[in-house]
Write a protein that binds this ligand. Structure first.
Ligand SMILES: Nc1ncnc2c1ncn2[C@@H]1O[C@H](COP(=O)(O)OP(=O)(O)OP(=O)(O)O)[C@@H](O)[C@H]1O
Length: 416
């Protein structure tokens, strides 16, 4: 058993400084509105100088007091420093003072979010393959490791690597609003291929990105809890429901609920009224995941959705699990295989270029040879016909002197 690390009460910097990265809004071109959240619209935009597709979240700050605004800036600062491949990247920010809107520019995730994926499987009456679920869980744990300990995990050499217990992080970030709608999906290259209407339904190699960090909290105070959770707080831990402070373990509870929902295609706790739901969450009793899945996955979910904070595992403890290690190793190998394939494609391309170069070389060589033969024949006939022998024609000199561009590779072996 690993030691649990004390949870800092506060993760906000005492002296919030403004994020260093700002981009004027006129550098972005709006492509379309892709949705609306509780804090404002979300647009797909293009950053004109780099042509990079991004997302712009508009947050109206007119109703906030100065403390809340400061907190929002502090959170932008945290987000801009949270760089991890499984966390939606925060690029920059800007605001329109006249309209009192803050614009947050973030990584665009071309495959939608986990709630859309779950909906798709529900409509198809199919279960999400277990391997996909382990892969998504492993990626989310890696993202949470970065948040909860402020560190990146080293890649696994073998599945049995000893992992050094993390030191107590200085910048502990607690997500506090982990739910399928805040878990975004993209492809390895994050290209927006045929995905406008989520037609690409192959989720086997999806890259998971945790998004919507902390914004809920800073805005919570101003627009009230009830507005933040317009829906139902299906994923909220019992301690948070009882007004105890959030801790990294609250994220683990929510993550367990999300994984349960991926397996069962509905959240673990459901009720007709808020009070009934609260009661169910506090009791912490919920069904097993469908028989389709392994006991290992069921145990994992039940260990995370545990009312007792003493026995609920931390991110680090979960990452020790052999199935999570297997999933991580498998993700690493898949990436390695993809890199090898890219490399192979590159070699095929180089070969094609070389072949084209060699053909050009051969064509030019035979043209010169033809010119030379013709020139020699002309000269012989001049001599035979007793004509006055003039200067050696240029083409003959050319044949000897001309330096042909030689293909960079192979030419010596092929055209010697
Ligand atoms: N980085 C992103 N890449 C692609 N789509 C995104 C991104 N962020 C948000 N979206 C999409 O924009 C829409 C609104 O998202 P947003 O997170 O603001 O609100 P929400 O999750 O629907 O509600 P809430 O504000 O309560 O979390 C959703 O359809 C979401 O999938």
């Amino acid at each position: 058993m690993y030691n649990r690390h004390p949870i800092p009460n506060e993760y906000y910097p005492t002296q919030p400084s403004a994020p260093t990265v700002t981009q004027p809004a006129n550098q972005f071109q709006v492509v379309e509105e892709i949705g609306r959240g509780s804090f404002g619209a979300v647009h797909k935009v293009i950053h004109i100088p780099t042509k990079k597709v991004m997302v712009r979240k508009d947050i109206k700050y007119g109703h906030m007091n100065s403390k809340e605004r400061q907190q929002l800036i502090a959170e932008c600062t945290i987000l801009s420093q949270l760089k991890h491949e499984n966390i939606v990247e925060f690029y920059s920010w800007d605001f329109n003072e006249q309209k009192e809107v803050l614009y947050l520019y973030m990584e665009y995730c071309s495959r939608g979010d986990l709630s859309q994926m779950i909906k798709h499987y529900k409509q198809e009456h199919k279960y999400i393959p277990e391997k996909v679920i382990w892969g998504i869980l492993a990626q989310l744990l890696m993202a949470l490791y970065k948040c909860h300990y402020g560190d990146d995990l080293l890649p696994l050499t073998t599945m049995y690597d000893r992992m050094k217990p993390p030191v107590r992080g200085k910048n502990v970030v607690i997500h506090r609003d982990l739910k399928p709608g805040n878990i975004f999906l993209s492809n390895e290259d994050n290209e927006d291929k045929d995905n406008k209407n989520h037609r690409n339904m192959d989720y086997s190699q999806v890259v998971v990105k945790l998004g919507d960090f902390g914004l809920a909290k800073s805005l919570e105070a101003s627009i009230q809890f009830a507005t933040t959770y317009v829906g139902t707080p299906y994923y909220m831990s019992p301690e948070v429901l009882m007004d105890h402070p959030y801790s990294p373990l609250s994220d683990i509870w929510s993550l367990g609920c999300v994984i349960f929902e991926m397996c069962s295609l509905h959240p673990p706790f459901q009720a007709k009224t808020y009070l009934e739901l609260q009661k169910k969450i506090k009791a912490g009793k919920f069904e097993k995941i469908p028989e389709y899945y392994s006991d290992g996955l069921n145990l994992m979910v039940h260990s995370m959705v545990d009312v007792d904070l003493e026995t609920r595992p931390s991110t680090f403890e979960l990452l020790q699990d052999i199935q999570i290690r297997t999933a991580r190793k498998s993700l690493q190998l898949e990436r390695f295989e993809r890199n090898l394939l890219d490399y192979e494609n590159e070699l095929v391309n180089i070969e094609k270029i070389l072949e084209r170069q060699a053909m050009e070389y051969e064509r030019e060589y035979s043209q010169l040879k033809e010119q030379f033969v013709r020139a020699v024949e002309d000269r012989v006939s001049e001599v035979v016909n007793g004509k006055k022998i003039g200067k050696v024609p240029e083409s003959i000199h050319g044949y000897y002197n001309k330096r042909l561009p030689r293909p960079a590779y192979h030419w010596q072996t092929r055209y010697r």
